[in-house]
Design a protein around this ligand. Structure first.
Ligand SMILES: *[C@@H]1O[C@H](CO)[C@@H](O)[C@H](O)[C@H]1NC(C)=O
Ligand SMILES: *[C@@H]1O[C@H](CO)[C@@H](O)[C@H](O)[C@H]1NC(C)=O
Ligand SMILES: *[C@@H]1O[C@H](CO)[C@@H](O)[C@H](O)[C@H]1NC(C)=O
Ligand SMILES: [Zn+2]
Ligand SMILES: [Zn+2]
Length: 345
């Protein structure tokens, strides 16, 4: 049975000296303090003052919070002249936001809600394009997808790139991100030299860059991409992009590959998911890697394109496990190898 060992008695021993399978490597004592420390200039850092506000509260700057919710699709574009009062309309917005982001629904600006609001995130709206909200993954309205092509080309802008990471490393991060999606759906991605004619056009931009969705400086909005078959894929040039957190010690460093993986989901036609673990969840903390597609992401994208004939659900399980043990102890790796061996024998 436990064929990796001569006798089964070894197995319970492992249970004794190993802890929990996949807890965060480092448990943050206070996520809010962690988020605000050293982020003095980060977009939205001053929303911390709204903690504990609820209906009837009146706080200077509450109108900016309403603009934030409008920006991400929770209030109609036509609303103007926001007041600083926490009114009934804001309460219902907070409830919708909490549901969409998979938070406890209190209707108040509790600490976990404010922490989520302040977290760096994708610029694509959470609700405006929603076709349905019954499933956890979501599509853009009309369910657009790439219909005529099974190979999509991508190219990098000549002029709008970052210089502090060498091009080969940038390309490698994108290659890995594209490969994850093409391993689950029958769509291939290849790099093209000509930017102008590529299906997917990738570039780094700062501030207003001509598409009506200006970037906002350090953290806040990290990137955005357009739904099919548009192909524009923009990253905020003001971020400290990283391909290796060991080489980049910045507290505000953002993992390029993780953001690339998320934005490719939009390029393919997925909107935001309310599943916190999913790649298509809208936020990503600094210094965090989140690159493995989860079941929710896979089900969503396969609903649009069908399954890659080589895709196996068991590979999802394996990738979950490898992402666990890669950052933790080798002992756990051994444990999971035993479990996998047992399950597949
Ligand atoms: C915040 O911005 C000011 C002015 O631009 C700068 O001098 C300061 O170093 C920044 N602080 C941090 C923590 O980045
Ligand atoms: C908003 O405020 C501006 C300037 O204070 C005013 O001219 C405008 O009529 C207001 N709009 C609405 C819809 O109240
Ligand atoms: C993608 O590329 C692989 C390897 O070149 C090929 O076998 C497969 O048929 C391609 N899939 C599609 C949908 O073009
Ligand atoms: Zn997004
Ligand atoms: Zn843009």
């Amino acid at each position: 049975m436990f064929r990796y060992f001569g006798y089964t008695a070894t197995f319970p021993l492992f249970f004794l000296f190993l802890a929990f399978p996949c807890l965060p490597a480092r448990t943050a004592p206070d996520p809010l303090a962690e988020l605000t420390a050293d982020l003095q200039n980060a977009t939205w850092h001053n929303f911390v003052k709204f903690i504990d506000a609820g209906k009837g509260s009146q706080l200077t700057g509450m109108s900016e919070l309403k603009s934030y919710f409008q920006r991400f699709g929770y209030l109609p574009e036509s609303d103007t002249n926001f007041t600083d009062t926490f009114d009934e309309s804001l309460e219902s917005v907070v409830v919708t936001y909490q549901k969409r982001l998979g938070l406890p629904v209190s209707g108040k600006l509790d600490a976990s809600t404010v922490t989520q609001i302040m977290s760096p995130r994708c610029g694509v709206s959470d609700t405006a394009h929603l076709l349905h909200v019954t499933k956890r993954y979501a599509f853009f309205s009309g369910q657009p997808r790439w219909v005529h092509k099974s190979t999509l080309t991508y190219a990098f802008s000549q002029s709008d790139m970052i210089e502090y990471i060498n091009l080969a490393e940038v390309k490698s991060a994108f290659q890995k991100a594209f490969a994850r999606w093409s391993s689950v759906i029958p769509v291939n991605f290849t790099e093209a030299r000509r930017y102008a004619s590529a299906d997917i056009k990738i570039g780094f931009f700062k501030g207003d860059h001509g598409d009506g969705e200006p970037f906002d400086g350090v953290l806040g909005v990290l990137a955005h991409a357009f739904s099919p078959e548009n192909g524009r894929f923009h990253l905020d040039g003001a971020e400290t992009w990283a391909v290796d957190f060991k080489a980049d010690r910045s507290k505000v460093a953002v993992d390029l590959e993780s953001v690339a993986t998320h934005e490719i989901g939009h390029v393919l036609g997925l909107a935001h998911s309310s599943v916190k673990e999913a790649v298509m969840y809208p936020s990503l903390s600094p210094r965090t890697k989140k690159v493995d597609l989860k079941l929710d992401d896979v089900e969503g994208v396969q609903a649009l394109y069908g399954s890659n004939p080589n895709f196996k659900y068991s590979s999802l399980l394996e990738s979950d496990i490898s992402s666990c043990w890669a950052v933790r102890s080798p002992a756990w790796a051994i444990f999971w190898i035993i479990v996998m061996g047992y399950m597949t024998s």
